[in-house]
Design a protein around this ligand. Structure first.
Ligand SMILES: [Zn+2]
Length: 193
């Protein structure tokens, strides 16, 4: 009974990055020095896509290994950016390879407010899905947003985000987790001294 109940509880994924390719990278995070991977199965990815509002309608099953390979590459690229290292030609070439599979799913729609271009975000294969993440990543790098790409200030946390706050002073992946922990420890320090 208990396990049945647990099965009904869906994982609540974290979308704190302001960019879906960065949120994808954030499906690996640190718990007490150990890297935890939230993507252990195709079902985990399906649930994450659902929460990310990305529609996957694969003719064949999702190829988890390919997605994880891309995620690893994406982490490497963004880590280099955060650490102020320029990307080498190999990184750019491999990102460009992924980009070849990007397929636009934008649709022109009309409403009472006028014409709108909306991304239906429906993808039909693993390659196409990865192409979308590659596009998100490349768009980030090609805009001025990359300057606001940050790693959470908690040294034990590996999560990244694009700080699109007006003051660009965001420090934590989330106020509920790392931000709150910092606030509490500051409070205790204050009490102690
Ligand atoms: Zn954090």
């Amino acid at each position: 009974m208990y396990s049945g109940y647990m099965n009904e509880i869906k994982k609540q994924y974290l979308f704190v990055a302001n960019n879906l390719s960065v949120d994808l990278i954030n499906t690996e995070f640190n718990v007490r020095g150990e890297l935890i991977d939230l993507f252990m199965s195709e079902e985990d990815v399906a649930e994450w896509l659902d929460q990310a509002n990305i529609h996957a309608d694969f003719a064949q099953e999702l190829e988890l290994k390919k997605l994880l390979e891309f995620r690893k590459k994406a982490r490497l690229i963004l880590t280099e950016i955060i650490d102020n290292e320029s990307l080498d030609e190999g990184d750019i070439a491999s990102l460009n390879d992924y980009l070849k599979n990007y397929k636009s799913h934008y649709q022109l729609e009309i409403s009472s407010e006028g014409y709108q271009l909306n991304n239906s975000k429906t993808y039909y294969s693993t390659e196409e899905l990865i192409g979308f993440f590659a596009f998100e990543l490349a768009t980030l790098l090609a805009s001025d947003q990359w300057k606001y790409l940050k790693r959470c200030l908690n040294p034990d946390c590996v999560l990244m985000f694009v700080d699109n706050s007006r003051s660009h002073k965001r420090r934590w992946c989330s106020m509920d987790t790392c931000g709150n922990r910092a606030k509490v420890s500051k409070h205790y320090r204050k009490v102690k001294y």
